[in-house]
Ligand binder design. Structure first.
Ligand SMILES: Nc1ncnc2c1ncn2[C@@H]1O[C@H](COP(=O)(O)OP(=O)(O)OP(=O)(O)O)[C@@H](O)[C@H]1O
Ligand SMILES: Cc1ncc(COP(=O)(O)O)c(N)n1
Length: 263
């Protein structure tokens, strides 16, 4: 059997809990071959982001070309894209290569509050990348930034999912990690809502949950799962990873990407 191949286009988190590092760990844990195109290097830990260096958009394009033309990809996941120039490059490559699946995690601000996308690049993310996405996975603050809605209930998550779906992606998953009470995610395909629920895990160690979750969805799609199946498998994976967070660092620590093996 051939090994499914996933590419992440995202930023580096020196702390290893989010960004490219989280994505590659999730790919490895879920049995797919992981590749990366770096958009930015961050000096970061569990407390915050101390520095950001954005890479030239031409170098992002070259990394994508290098892996796609040789190794090939079954699914692509995007995370921190930093600026509009990089977003334009990623959209151009998505159109050129016609990837089977594109998972867009619309990363805007780190859990620590530090910006990871220039505010003026939001319109590029929406107009250039959303229409090419298989699925877009906003958390509540991102869904609010995309729709202008205040979201504090499942009904409001549904409303946000509908508005974001109108921006062009085939599926929208509004994540409920920031919701009070149980953690419910709402998936919408333009016709019906599906709900993915887990009990809230009382932990401050939630750094990189969104990156890990979106990568797990890409891994499932690369393996041939349908979108709802891939979301359910990713939900099971992130829930276990959260339950066994190793408690590293003084702030929001990482989850345990390999909890199924070592805990
Ligand atoms: N405390 C928690 N208990 C249970 N599930 C959680 C918890 N926090 C997050 N999740 C789940 O983790 C997944 C990621 O959601 P979340 O809303 O945290 O994404 P995010 O804010 O983009 O993450 P991050 O910005 O940290 O990368 C979702 O399935 C969400 O329901
Ligand atoms: C390079 C990079 N990409 C994404 C995130 C978002 O993760 P979080 O919201 O948990 O800080 C991050 N902190 N750093």
């Amino acid at each position: 059997m051939s090994l499914p191949r996933c590419l992440t286009i995202a930023g580096s988190d020196s702390g290893g809990g989010a960004g490219i590092q989280a994505d590659l760990k999730a790919f490895a844990a879920l049995g797919v071959y992981g590749m990366s195109a770096l958009t930015a290097v961050t000096a970061q830990n569990t407390i915050g982001v101390q520095a950001v260096f954005e890479l030239p958009a031409t170098l992002v394009a070259q990394q994508i070309d290098s892996v796609v033309t040789d190794i090939g990809v079954d699914a692509v996941k995007t995370g921190m894209l930093a600026n509009a120039e990089i977003i334009a490059v990623v959209a151009e490559k998505a159109r050129t290569y016609r990837w089977p699946y594109l998972v867009v995690d619309p990363v805007m601000v780190a859990k620590s509050g530090d910006p990871l996308l220039r505010p003026e690049a939001r319109t590029a993310l929406i107009s250039l990348l959303f229409p090419l996405a298989t699925i877009v996975t906003p958390n509540l603050p991102e869904a609010k930034a995309l729709t202008g809605l205040n979201i504090s209930s499942v009904a409001e998550m549904e409303q946000a999912a509908q508005q974001i779906h109108a921006l062009g992606p085939r599926w929208v998953l509004v994540k409920g990690g920031h919701l009070a009470g149980d953690s419910v995610d709402v998936l919408y395909d333009g016709h019906e809502y599906r709900y993915f629920s887990s009990s809230r895990i009382e932990t401050r160690h939630t750094h990189g949950t969104g990156c890990t979750f979106a990568s797990a969805i890409a891994a499932g799609l690369a393996k041939g799962l349908s979108v709802p199946e891939a979301v359910q498998a990713a939900k099971d994976y992130i829930t276990l990873a959260l339950q066994h967070a190793p408690g590293l660092g003084q702030g929001h620590g990482p989850v345990h990407h390999f909890a199924a093996w070592y805990r």
